[in-house]
Design a protein around this ligand. Structure first.
Ligand code: IMP
Length: 440
């Protein structure tokens, strides 16, 4: 356990996203003054159950569900204002008021309707090599950022004819219309829409890096909430089948304007099996009825797109790699109850590639696609006991405890949290673990 100076925690996905970060953030958030998102956009889908009620968050940090917690959308996030407002409205309908405690970086890039159009064209062009994106315009918005033609939130303030926004919109819309000549878009009508957008957005806009630095100076604790997972990171993931941002630890610093020393600890979230949405290699994927069984037990359908997730056994090669890349020091293991009906459970311990067994994912995506998982088989606990809703570790079936122990050995770090169901309460928090100090 970290010493008493450990205040600021990063929570990151250590697989291909959808690890259950939302639930863990929600669980720990009451102990933090601020919850901050650093990357991605409304491609993320964080599902949280509170007393049986379901909340799905895309862009807004999961900490918003707790009164008094301030939420930050950092400069590294790409923001679709329409999606943001829809989410705020939806939360209001569910009784969650975001007024005065949700802040958006003035440096964050904006997603506009032409980004979605361009994404549809680029995915169609790729044919059977398509990435299988969430179609939210995320990639093209990050492309505009790297291409230095992106529109930032701060640019929305000046909508005059000779202003920077209008110049950028004219150029970007013309580029979009040259790629998609049918149904041309007009920069004039877009800027008119942005008039209304700005009126609603402006009170939330601030220099969020300064906000965080003030909080650090005042000794307020910050929870850094990751989106997606390490294997979807644009640098460290299964490129090109990745998202367009850094979902690993470096993204927290660049995406929020804080230094690495602001992060005291890193908690990695992993499901006790593997899932992925979209295309790209997934070494432990189970096709046919075995995959269907895991998908149905785990209700593995995308929170953002509703797409069925591809399912497979736990991949310790991928998780160990994520632990290394992120400096993760403890894990939160999620969805243990989903394995309740499995007679035998497999864990991938290496990737067989010809005569070699790889213990880290290869950069060559073709090679990764040809790798065969090497498995170790452990007994399940079907018919012996159930993990569903268990809140005391001693109440877990012994085979489940042995499985957890093996996952920890292979990942090289301990589990601090074990989640046994979708509700906040269905959680085992180890007394001696990294997370216990944040639980009220
Ligand atoms: P994009 O982020 O929409 O560009 O999609 C790129 C890849 O990342 C696709 O395979 C998506 O399915 C995947 N992806 C993006 N966001 C998430 C997420 O929150 N969970 C799981 N997969 C995601």
């Amino acid at each position: 356990m970290k010493n008493s100076r450990t205040r600021h925690l990063a929570i990151l996905g250590a697989q291909w996203g959808d690890e259950g970060k939302g639930k863990i953030v929600d669980l720990l958030a009451p102990s933090f003054a601020i919850v901050a998102r650093s990357q991605g956009g409304h491609n993320a889908g964080h599902t949280v159950f509170v007393n049986g009620e379901q909340f799905i968050l895309h862009l807004i940090p999961s900490g918003i569900l707790h009164d008094g917690v301030t939420c930050v959308i950092g400069n590294g996030v790409v923001v679709d204002p329409t999606a943001l407002f829809a989410e705020i409205d939806h939360l209001a309908e569910q009784g969650i008021d975001t007024t005065g405690r949700l802040f958006v970086s003035d440096r964050a890039h904006v997603i506009l309707p032409y980004h979605r159009d361009l994404e549809a064209v680029s995915e169609a062009r790729l044919g059977n090599q398509a990435i299988g994106t969430t179609s939210r315009g995320i990639g093209p918005s990050y492309e505009d950022k790297a291409g230095r033609r992106g529109i930032r939130i701060a640019d929305l303030a000046d909508r005059s004819k000779s202003g920077r926004l209008m110049t950028l919109l004219d150029a970007n819309v013309a580029a979009r219309n040259s790629v998609i000549p049918s149904g041309p878009m007009s920069s004039r009508s877009l800027v008119a829409e942005l008039e209304t957008v700005w009126a609603r957005l402006a009170p939330m806009v601030t220099d969020t890096s300064a906000l965080l630095h003030n909080a650090l100076a005042e000794n307020k604790s910050i929870l850094f909430e990751g989106a997606q997972g390490a294997m979807l990171d644009i640098d460290h993931g299964t490129f090109p089948y990745v998202t367009s941002s850094n979902s690993t630890i470096g993204g927290v610093c660049t995406g929020l304007g804080v230094g690495p020393k602001a992060i005291d600890a890193v908690l990695g979230i992993v499901k006790v099996y593997t899932t992925r949405v979209g295309a790209g290699p997934l070494p432990t994927e189970l096709t046919g009825s075995a995959g269907d069984r895991l998908r149905e037990s785990g209700k593995e359908y995308g929170a953002s797109t509703g797409r069925p997730r591809r399912c497979g056994w736990f991949d310790s090669v991928a998780v160990k790699y994520a632990v290394q890349v992120n400096g993760i020091e403890a894990l939160a293991l999620t969805k243990l109850d989903v394995l309740d009906d499995q007679e035998k459970i497999k864990i991938c311990t290496g990737y067989r590639c010809g005569d070699n067994v790889l213990t880290t994912p290869p950069a060559d995506i073709g090679q990764l696609g040809r790798c065969e998982p090497e498995y170790e088989v452990l007994p399940g606990w079907a018919g012996v006991g159930s993990c569903a809703g268990v809140r005391l570790e001693s109440d877990l079936p012994s085979a489940a405890r042995a499985y957890i122990e093996r996952l920890e050995e292979l990942s090289g770090i301990p589990a601090a949290i074990i989640s046994t169901g979708s509700d906040r309460k269905d959680t085992i928090v180890r007394e001696s673990g990294l997370a216990s100090r944040w639980l009220k």
